[in-house]
Structure formats: C-alpha cells, structure tokens
Design a protein around this ligand. Structure first.
Ligand SMILES: Nc1ncnc2c1ncn2[C@@H]1O[C@H](COP(=O)(O)OP(=O)(O)OP(=O)(O)O)[C@@H](O)[C@H]1O
Length: 225
C-alpha cells in the first residue's frame, strides 16, 4: 500500500533528513514511526502526503508511483489520506461541526451528505454533543478528537498522524491511540509518528525506528546505524 524504496530527502538548507529509507506498509496495517527529535519522522509523513517531494528514490501508494505524479494528480492522492497533527490545526472561529465539515465542503459534497457524514465522524470520536461548540471551549483531548474526526470524515483509506498525543496526559493519549486502533480495525492503513515509546510499545503493533534519517529498527529487525 505504502512503499518507500531507497528514499532520500535533502531540504533546501542542504540538510539530509532521510537517507536511503526503505520500508513497506501493507494495506490495512497499523505501524508506529519513532526516533529522536529530528530523526525524520515528520518528513516521512510529509512525503506520503505529498507536502514534500523526495530528492531520490521511489515512493508508492496503492500501486501509484508518487515520484512520477504531476501537480494535477496531487489532490487525487491527498483525498486518500487523512492527516492529523499534534497542534490539531483547527479553525478557532468556526464550530466543531464546521471544522469537521471542511474537507467535504472543499470536495464539493452536497449539503445533506455533509451533515450525515460529519455527525457520523463526530459520533465515532464521541463528540456528537459538542458539534455547535467552538474548539476553544474543548479540552486538549477533545480538540485532538475533532482533528481526528476531520481527518476521517471523507473515509480515507490511509491515516497519518504526527505526534497526535504530544500534549496529552497518559490516559488521554491511550484513548487517542485506541481510536486509531479502531479505525485500523475497520480497514484503514494507519501510520503514527510518536516519540512516546512506552505508549507505542503497549499497543503491540509494528514499530519503525529512525536515527538521523536512517532506518534503525523495523519490527523485530534491528539495523546497525
Ligand atoms: N523545511 C525544512 N527545511 C530544512 N530542514 C528541515 C525542514 N524540515 C525539517 N528539517 C530538518 O530535517 C530533519 C528531520 O526533521 P523532521 O521534522 O522530519 O524530524 P522529526 O523526527 O519529525 O522530529 P521531531 O520529533 O522533533 O518533530 C531535522 O534536522 C529538521 O531540522
């Protein structure tokens, strides 16, 4: 489903954030991406979401070679991906409903369909009763769940999350991870960047570990870097 083949990413500053990184994520798999600050975790997610392009190597999503894709094809790929950020990136002057509806409004869904889908997404994250609230009235964990509802509202086959529990206490963090596991159980391919080793080890899923842009560990396999 997602395949990195010898991917390198050098930013314009000259910094090489990823070096010949290869790994594959099967359709319906859930995995964690870990490593020290600056190891390259966000870069991996940004490459998959086409927010950055690789300097070298081949990157595939569902049989499509992203390194060959034209600008015109980018929105089509992005529609397959729900992305969740540590800082939620919610619109604070809009209601919870409007925040979650945004991807559907952009995609031109009809009004009725938007209402149905937004409420289904809010129900999944347990926030149906807060649809009229502004994000500022919600706790950090609730805000994060709004971000998750927004990411899943158009039912993308791939979910990417960048430090989704960064600012949350251990109990809320475990709840958020539980939500991702729930989406995975219904077939979503999930990749989560997190430096919270205790939490991700407790999830019992595959862990891919980066060190200075190199693959250090993939599941049970450990590499000499
Ligand atoms: N736009 C950019 N321009 C230049 N260098 C960048 C850019 N984005 C990231 N980097 C550098 O690339 C390296 C990898 O960054 P990345 O954000 O992928 O790491 P990370 O593992 O997600 O770190 P953190 O856990 O701190 O978020 C870092 O050294 C970072 O400073």
């Amino acid at each position: 489903m997602i395949r990195f083949s010898e991917i390198s990413k050098r930013y314009e500053s000259g910094h090489e954030a990823l070096r010949r990184l290869s790994f594959e994520l099967q359709e319906g798999e859930m995995a964690f991406l870990t490593g020290h600050s600056g190891a390259g975790k966000s870069t991996v997610l940004r490459l998959i979401a086409l927010m950055e392009r690789p300097t070298q190597g081949q990157l595939w999503i569902g049989g499509q070679n992203l390194t060959r894709i034209h600008r015109r094809g980018i929105p089509y790929v992005r529609r397959q991906i729900g992305m969740i950020f540590q800082d939620h990136r919610l619109l604070f002057d809009r209601s919870v409903f409007d925040n979650v509806a945004l991807p559907l409004v952009i995609a031109g869904f009809p009004h009725r369909e938007i209402g149905k889908r937004v409420r289904a997404a809010l129900d999944m994250v347990g926030l149906l009763s807060k649809e009229k609230n502004k994000p500022i009235m919600l706790s950090g964990g609730e805000q994060q769940r709004v971000g998750i509802a927004r990411a899943v509202v158009n039912r993308p086959p791939i979910l990417l999350a960048d430090e989704p529990t960064g600012n949350l206490d251990p109990q809320l963090s475990a709840e958020i991870m539980g939500l991702f596991a729930k989406f995975n159980q219904v077939g979503c391919t999930v990749l989560i960047a997190s430096h919270d080793l205790d939490l991700i080890e407790a999830m019992g899923k595959r862990i891919i570990s980066l060190k200075n842009g190199l693959l250090q560990r993939d599941g049970a396999e450990v590499f000499d870097v």
